[in-house]
Design a protein around this ligand. Structure first.
Ligand SMILES: [Zn+2]
Length: 399
């Protein structure tokens, strides 16, 4: 059984220990020691990492009463070595975990919402509550948690050897299923909660507590939050972004939303104007194209390339159609050709004509009745191909 020093002192970052066993496994070595400061993957949070003598500790897991330290090198059994955890990682995770206790307590006190889940990753942490909360309520609990953090209240851990001893402890969470010894982490004048993990010594160590998102989750709320150093670096990143946007608008950080909203309104107006201008332009373009149609035995034939948007090609082609006639209109965007073949007042089926167009342009397309369309990578020698198509369509019109 490994003696777990982190249970009584969360700020003990190193200790001398004796190697009890060392076994080669595929990913490294599994090592057990007599006593350790290393916390395992447990209670919703990642384990400590660090060093054991000259080798790195990559992972720590529970195996019954034992803690198994996964190292990247072997250690001789019986050897005394210094075990040292990565201090910054331990402090960071403790900031998140004690912050989570405080947030959960505030949710409980304010809204009778119960914590039903906690997950701490290396860049963010989430907290699940059993009740849906409004944005205003989330802000309220965040403010309260920060208020209690600033009071710098002592945080203590006590291990109770029997369930009876716990009777008078006002626990936030129920203890059903837990058997003694039970460890209770208490934030003075605030929260008491069963917990196995290391915590900060006082709430001031948590630093700022920031809820960055709160979404509906399984009938309750899932919050993502950042504490201490994580909250600070998030604020620093956001400030860089907001400042950059503010500079683009030549305004102050607080004014960027108003500036963006003004630009949004302007953009909507410009889109409206553009649509109106496009309509007028297409009217002119239609007239111009109609005038370019050639006469084939009293029928009109129009084969033309335009620079219109591919999405507008079909209505434009249809608008060029005379009482009796046929139009093949093409447009190019990037190196992609789009084409529309349509007719009016003729006994021709575009479904029969389009294969010849596809073949000439090496494209894919289809349709039937009075309309067919297709697309192709722009072929080399397009003007000559269009002349050939014109000849073919002229013949079909004439017959
Ligand atoms: Zn906890």
């Amino acid at each position: 059984m490994t003696h777990r020093l982190y249970l009584v002192d969360s700020h003990l970052f190193e200790n001398e220990c004796t190697i009890l066993s060392c076994q080669k496994v595929q990913e490294g070595f599994d090592v057990t020691v007599d006593e350790t400061v290393f916390f395992p993957n447990k209670g919703g949070q990642p384990c400590d990492t660090g060093a054991l003598g000259d080798v790195r500790v990559l992972d720590v897991r529970e195996d019954g009463e034992e803690l198994v330290l996964r190292t990247d090198g072997p250690l001789p059994v019986g050897m005394k070595v210094l075990g040292r955890i990565d201090e910054a990682r331990r402090l960071d995770i403790m900031e998140q975990h004690t912050g989570e206790h405080l947030l959960s307590w505030c949710a409980y006190r304010l809204f009778d919402a119960v914590n039903v889940g906690f997950h701490c990753a290396l860049s963010y942490a989430t907290l699940d509550l059993d009740k849906p909360l409004t944005g205003e309520q989330v802000a309220q609990m965040e403010t309260m948690a920060n208020d209690y953090a600033r009071r710098n209240l002592p945080v203590t851990a006590v291990i109770y050897d029997s369930e009876d001893d716990l009777k008078d402890v006002p626990l936030r969470k129920h203890t059903e299923g837990l058997t003694a010894p039970i460890r209770v982490v208490t934030i003075q004048n605030a929260d008491s909660c069963t917990c196995c993990a290391p915590h900060v010594h006082s709430t001031g160590e948590i630093g700022a507590i920031k809820i960055v998102s709160a979404v509906a989750y399984k009938g309750g709320t899932r919050m993502t939050f950042l504490c201490g150093g994580r909250a600070l670096s998030c604020f620093q990143r956001l400030q860089i972004t907001v400042d950059a946007i503010a500079r683009k608008f030549s305004t102050a950080g607080e004014e960027v939303l108003a500036a963006v909203e003004r630009q949004e309104t302007e953009l909507k107006e410009l889109k409206k104007e553009k649509a109106a201008l496009t309509t007028r332009l297409e009217e002119y373009l239609t007239q111009e194209l109609k005038a370019q149609a050639e006469d084939v035995k009293g029928r009109k034939l129009l084969v033309r390339m335009t620079d219109t948007d591919p999405k507008r090609l079909r209505p434009l082609a249809l608008a060029t159609l005379p009482e009796k006639g046929l139009t093949l209109l093409l447009t190019e965007k990037g190196s992609q050709l789009t084409y529309v073949l349509c007719c009016n007042g003729l006994k021709l089926d575009m479904g029969e004509l389009i294969p010849a167009v596809n073949l000439a342009l090496s494209g894919k397309g289809g349709g039937r009745g009075t309309l067919a369309q297709g697309s192709a990578p722009t072929p080399a020698g397009l003007p000559e191909t269009m002349e050939q198509l014109k000849t073919y369509l002229r013949q079909r019109l004439a017959n």
